[in-house]
Design a protein around this ligand. Structure first.
Ligand SMILES: [Zn+2]
Ligand SMILES: [Zn+2]
Length: 319
């Protein structure tokens, strides 16, 4: 159909959503096959239409470096225009917690809350745990499942946990997880362990915790994934928590390393590049609601670190 005369003559605009994912069009260091080959064909797709068919490229997370890549990948002329709006989710607080090694004890607080929610029949905040690789996601899933089934029935443990990656069967498991994450209703699925395959183009609702067990490769991926928290009409404070252990910090971008070691506000560090380097963190008050760095410096007198952050103090005491 794309090559028919009627289509070519009537093609008025090409719209590419999630355009920061153009890198998915190329094979990665871990796979010979591109994850989404279509992203590598945007430029040739343009050639089937009239000469000046416009292209609209959309993204919620794109910084200066990626803009250059998109310009090349989409064969944009030097007359392209950028229109940007503010990316800054005020109800999501950011934490980086350094742990000594790849140890799921750092998630004890989350699993204890889940077990308590079954015992006390109280709501549990919907949560996603992102992992860099399929192997790591599988490892985390199996470990958490074993811990859970010691305290709650096995069938409930199975319902409470989901595993989402590029190999998850499309028509069954994937659909169950996506339906649960995009629904406003309470759902037995409480924690989804996922790779970066989860996220793009899915409007998830009511996610309170986005936890990274090990950093994402770069800040664009990280910002995109943290952006799953606190959507919709959520007014309560939500969290983007990154657990960083030493062997999880290999093979990540320099910007990601700098974020992990940042001594300045994590909110400013993460969101400024996506907002033309301008961001007003002062709009989030009190300061301890911005990030863990601001919380440590906050002098409001009514703040303390969250339970999931105290692991850091323990780790620092050991090292
Ligand atoms: Zn801050
Ligand atoms: Zn405070």
């Amino acid at each position: 159909m794309l090559l028919t005369k009627i289509f070519r003559e009537n093609l008025v605009c090409i719209v590419v959503d999630e355009v920061h994912k153009v890198t998915w069009g190329a094979a990665s260091s871990t796979s010979d096959k591109p994850f989404r080959e279509a992203y590598s064909q945007i430029s040739s797709f343009r050639s089937i239409g009239r000469e000046k068919v416009p292209i609209l490229a959309l993204s919620a997370t794109i910084d200066g470096d990626l803009t250059k890549l998109v310009v090349n990948s989409c064969s944009l002329s030097n007359r392209f225009r950028t229109v940007s709006s503010y990316v800054h989710r005020r109800n999501v607080r950011l934490s980086v917690v350094k742990i000594k090694k790849k140890d799921l004890n750092s998630l004890t607080w989350l699993l204890s809350d889940l077990i308590e929610s079954y015992n006390g029949n109280i709501p549990f905040p919907r949560s996603i745990i992102f992992c860099r690789s399929l192997q790591l996601a599988g490892w985390v899933y199996v470990k958490i499942f074993k811990i859970l089934k010691q305290s709650i029935p096995e069938d409930l443990s199975k319902l409470a946990l989901g595993l989402f990656h590029s190999m998850t069967p499309e028509n069954k498991n994937k659909k169950i997880i996506l339906d649960a994450l995009t629904s406003d209703d309470d759902n037995p699925l409480k924690i989804v362990i996922a790779t970066s395959s989860l996220g793009c183009g899915v409007d998830m609702k009511n996610i309170t915790y986005v936890i990274h067990f090990g950093p994402a490769y770069d800040l664009v991926d990280y910002c995109q994934q943290v952006g799953r928290a606190g959507r919709g009409n959520m007014e309560s404070l939500c969290h983007g928590i990154l657990y960083s252990y030493s062997d999880g910090r290999t093979q990540i971008s320099e910007k990601m390393k700098s974020y992990i070691n940042s001594e300045q506000c994590l909110r400013r560090f993460l969101y400024a590049p996506f907002n033309n380097n301008e961001i007003t963190i002062e709009s989030v008050v009190p300061a301890h609601k911005r990030c863990i760095v601001c919380a440590v410096k906050c002098k409001c007198g009514s703040c303390e670190l969250f339970s999931f952050e105290k692991v850091k103090l323990l780790a620092s005491a050991i090292s």
